[in-house]
Each structure stands twice: as structure tokens, then as C-alpha cells.
Write a protein that binds this ligand. Structure first.
Ligand code: RI2
Length: 323
């Protein structure tokens, strides 16, 4: 189950920053109850190994290390036996999943208030949080329509148009490179996030920053929907968020790429949109301008300056650290 989830996250069978986080926590919970450890130290060591395996799957979505940190940190408490530790761990995992699901719902409620009746929206990729805002606006009776991009190379746009279609929202499906062409018709861009840095820069699906530039040029507002656990504490120390570069075969089929001698395929999965191009970030704790990202990291995630050092938050350094 654990290895299977890790593999599915890597292959993107499980994808979306929030879903990845919940899947990892579910896998850890199942792993914890499937273990037959010799002793408490043995249990804790095996749990650390499991956390490390999941952390190594995809590098960009900060929701993954933040979620793992949240649940693993309960194992730093002193326990008298394995059962006590397991019980506390299970409770922490369930609390995380419930909180995460409620966060998406709350983001929908808050974000939908920023969508006006008659608005034409544009969304990129397939974000549960961004869609929650759009679907809630529709549920409230607002007349909206959406441009949804294709999202090369993995075509997550197909998932998005299915959801929008099922909700009865008039949708135009466009290739990624048509975003600027249509931008003057758009009132609001709504996207999700894989990570938000302390300076309000938003890491999201590749192409988001081009869309943000086009929106900025057209004076179209851009709203990001992101749970608070997508904010990246380590960026306080100037650490960059690693951008995942995926298999070239996703872009150009191997038999085709074999025909070229001097062509190399590059396949970054994400890009960075600077805070200047973001009007609003909607979190479950409220909507903030991107410049207030530090407050989320400090007041909601509880990380102070100086607290982010390698290994803090997990009993051992699991490789990438907790945040
Ligand atoms: P939610 C996705 O990444 C997209 O970049 C999407 O915008 C983001 O995660 C957030 O998604 P990928 O897993 O958590 O498709 O809002 O690479 O669902």
C-alpha cells in the first residue's frame, strides 16, 4: 500500500497538491496499522522510513512535506508503548484529512465571493481548490462561464472540463497558447497552487506564469486558491522551491525523439508567478494579498524565523526536511 501510493504519486495517477497530501497521510496511517514492530523505537524507525519514501516522490508541491510533517510530528511525543503511539498517529492523520477537506470547502465559500455575476473566468490545470471557488459561485446562482486550458503535456484540462460540464457551466476549452488571445474577454483568472513562498510567489502548473503575464497586461485580475499547508515555511530562509522536471517522454514520444540528434526535450512541471502578478490568495483562513504570505506561515502554520532548520519537525532528517 505504501509503495503503491508512492508509485502512483510519482506517475501522477494520484495528482493535485491537496490530493497528494491526503493520499500520503492515508498511506502513512495504513502503514502504521499494518506494522508489527518489535518495539517502540522499531515502530518509530519504520515510520520515519515510510515518511522518507513518500517525501521523495515529487519535489514541488509543498503540501506533501507539510502534511507529512504535521502527522509525523505527533510521533515526537513521549509514548510508553507502540499502541499508544499508533493511536495518537491515527488520530492525527484523520484530523489532517478532515481539516484538509474542510479547507477546500471553505476556500470555495470565500473565493466564490470574489467571483461576480456575469464573470468570464479562465482556469489552468486541474485544481480542486480553484474549482471549489468556481462551483460555489455557480451554486450561488451566479451566471459564469469559463475558459479552461488543455494543460500540456498531461492534459489535466480534460479533468477540469468534465467537472465544469457536470456542473452545467458553459466552458470553452482552449489550447494553452490561446490564453493571451482570449485574455481580453476574461474578467478573472482562477488557479490553484502547489506552493506559495514567503514573498507571495506562487508555484503552479507550468504555463501559469505566462497566463499571469497576459492577465497583467490585459488588467485582468488573478486569484489563487490555496490551502494554508501549501505555504512553504523554508522559503523564509531564502530556500527555493524545487521545480520538478519530468520525463521527456511526456512531451515527445520516445520513438520520435530518437529521430533527433541535437534536440533535447525539457519538461518542467511547474513555474513561478511573482507576487506582483497575483491579486489575491484565497486560503481557508481568509483571502490575503500575496504580500501577506508570511503571516500565514507564522500565524497559521506556526513557523517563526529561525525555526526552519534542516530536520526540525521530524525526529530525524528525512532527506528533504519537513517544510
Ligand atoms: P489542488 C496540480 O499539480 C496543479 O498544478 C494544480 O494547480 C495544483 O496541483 C493544485 O491542485 P499536478 O499534481 O490541490 O497536476 O488545488 O502536477 O487540487
Amino acid at each position: 500500500m505504501l509503495a503503491d501510493t508512492a508509485e502512483k504519486i510519482k506517475r501522477m495517477e494520484i495528482r493535485g497538491a491537496g490530493r497528494i497530501a491526503r493520499a500520503a497521510v492515508t498511506a502513512l496511517e495504513d502503514h502504521s496499522s499494518s506494522l508489527t514492530p518489535r518495539s517502540l523505537p522499531d515502530y518509530l524507525e519504520k515510520m520515519d522510513e515510510a515518511a522518507a519514501l513518500l517525501l521523495a516522490t515529487r519535489p514541488t508541491a509543498v503540501s506533501l512535506p507539510n502534511a507529512i510533517h504535521t502527522v509525523m510530528s505527533v510521533l515526537r511525543e513521549p509514548y510508553t508503548d507502540v499502541k499508544e503511539a499508533e493511536d495518537a498517529f491515527r488520530e492525527r492523520c484523520r484530523a489532517f484529512i478532515t481539516t484538509s477537506e474542510q479547507a477546500v470547502q471553505r476556500i470555495g465559500e470565500i473565493g466564490s465571493r470574489h467571483i461576480r455575476n456575469g464573470d468570464v473566468l479562465l482556469t489552468h490545470c486541474n485544481s480542486e481548490a480553484a474549482l471549489a471557488c468556481i462551483l460555489e459561485a455557480k451554486r450561488m446562482g451566479k451566471e459564469i462561464s469559463v475558459f479552461a486550458t488543455e494543460v500540456r503535456p498531461r492534459n489535466q484540462g480534460y479533468l477540469t472540463i468534465r467537472t465544469l460540464d457536470q456542473a452545467g457551466i458553459p466552458t470553452s476549452f482552449i489550447v494553452d497558447s490561446a490564453a493571451r488571445y482570449f485574455m481580453n474577454e476574461v474578467d478573472l483568472v482562477v488557479v490553484g497552487a502547489d506552493a506559495v513562498s514567503v514573498n507571495g510567489a506562487v508555484v503552479n502548473k507550468i504555463g501559469t506564469s505566462q497566463i499571469a503575464l497576459a492577465a497583467h497586461e490585459a488588467r485582468t485580475r488573478l486569484m489563487v486558491a490555496a490551502e494554508t499547508y501549501k505555504f512553504a515555511p523554508r522559503t523564509i530562509l531564502g530556500e527555493y522551491i524545487e521545480i520538478e522536471e519530468r520525463d521527456p517522454g511526456e512531451v515527445l514520444a520516445r520513438d520520435l525523439s530518437g529521430q533527433f540528434s541535437h534536440v533535447k526535450v525539457r519538461n518542467p512541471a511547474f513555474d513561478v508567478t511573482p507576487a506582483e502578478y497575483v491579486d489575491l490568495i484565497v486560503t481557508e483562513a481568509g483571502a490575503i494579498p500575496p504580500q501577506m504570505a508570511y503571516l500565514i506561515i507564522r500565524d497559521i502554520l506556526g513557523w517563526e524565523i529561525g525555526e526552519c532548520s534542516p530536520g526540525v519537525g521530524s525526529r530525524q532528517d528525512t532527506g528533504r526536511g519537513p517544510c
